[in-house]
Design a protein around this ligand. Sequence first.
Ligand code: F6P
Length: 529
Amino acid sequence: MTAWSTLHALHEATAKRPITELFGAADRAAAFSAQTGDMRLDYSKTNIDEDTRTALLRLARECDVAARRDAMFAGERINDTENRAVLHSALRNLDGGAVEVDGKDVMPPVRDTLAAMRRFADEVRSGDITDVVNIGIGGSDLGPAMAVKALSPYHDGPRCHFVSNVDGADIADTLARLDARRTLVIVASKTFTTIETMTNARTARAWMGDHGGDPQRQFAALSSATDKTADFGIDPAHVFGFEDWVGGRYSVWGPIGLSLMIAIGPAAFDAFLRGGQAMDTHFRHAELHESLPVMLALVGIWHNQICGHATRAVLPYDERLGMLPAYLQQLEMESNGKGVRHDGTDSPRDTGPVVWGAAGTNGQHAFYQLIHQGTRVIPCEFLLAAEGHEPDLRHHHRLLVANCLAQSKALMEGRDLGAAMKIAADKGFEGAERERQARHRVFPGNRPSTTLLYPKLDPFTLGQIVALYEHRVFVEGVILDINSFDQWGVELGKELATSLQPVVDGEAGHEGLDPSTAALVDFIHRHGG
Ligand code: F6P
């Protein structure tokens, strides 16, 4: 029997078993947790038992997770549709040795760029710039925007703003609040061709020129296409480059993180890199069953590919991680949302799950109803810090903690009809109405969740969290036999947008358009578009 069929058989045999029964084994909470440093992943509130875990680990071994991991860190060209190495880990390899691609050590230029970023960041932080606008989209926006929000207690530099959408509302609303003479604009684009970013960058340049700023002095660029940054007119001293082995959604560790470095300072940015590097070391050396990225991935595979739960909710009980679900949507869905395997054949199973979520406790008052009582099971991933950053508001943090723990407990334990009948009776309901009322108050329970715990959301911990999810996505991709590092699925829409532009502009007719799109264009033209 293959590991896949063993897992399906195990699921069939245990699907109805209450998770609470598994706690008959006294040490389950510890035995079904993994720890690195001060970070703990608890996956005991899932239906995974000893046999399931053994089969999941067998699956990881059969899929050569360890060998593929080593190939990635060794700089092999594992992104085999773009013929690229995958080495974002080199950007945080602060005290590691050489990292080679085709026999050449990539570390000297990585270190030089980091040193140049530090000098530039120090200069900006000590000068008269009050605001920084990062213009980028996808990985050139979500990483730094998520991290800047996450680390706001460490901000001691200029304010940071993020413009991504080509919708003029985004840049108009942002620039309206700023003084063009004291603003630094960072154009973040790996390719320096992305239409949204280039359109916003041109608008920002015109705004700066019109409002007394100096685009020559107040523009910087982060890109692997330095020829294009020169064509745009950005001073080469303000250009920070990186190589094609850094994927967009994995790029916050290098130049794309410049806005974060300016916000929190080079020393705190180093701590962020060290957190990522610590997770790399853990991932490379821990036994599979003790590895947080591997176990988080295997829990994901169990829930999605074996149990058939198509989505997963990411629920940080940490307000400052409010953008983590959006960040993970790109990281996970752009990486593993593929239908074709390495060899070009169709995947025989569903691939990456739908990832969504919001910060707790807000989500509790929005979509948790469905998570608790809806007909679909949604595995939940909670994140929680033992300590907050507000010493005067400890009672807030204790409430936050209690809410987070209560949710995972309620999801697992639920409430049966007997208990609900008692509540209905206490409320004065009788007879058939008592049962009708009670049935609405039943919680099926047996809904799985994991909890990631850490002492405090500091730069080092954020680095650990981001690298943990990167490696989790990698392990899931290896098990699904897909290339997690390309993104061909974003191309078609971009091509069609380009060909539709003249139609929208009224410079070309409807010929060749499908009737629905033609009717939509007509409506827009009739209403002034
Ligand atoms: O959405 C596709 C994509 O290529 C992402 O992978 C990337 O993060 C984003 O566009 C932005 O690309 P760039 O940094 O080249 O502007």
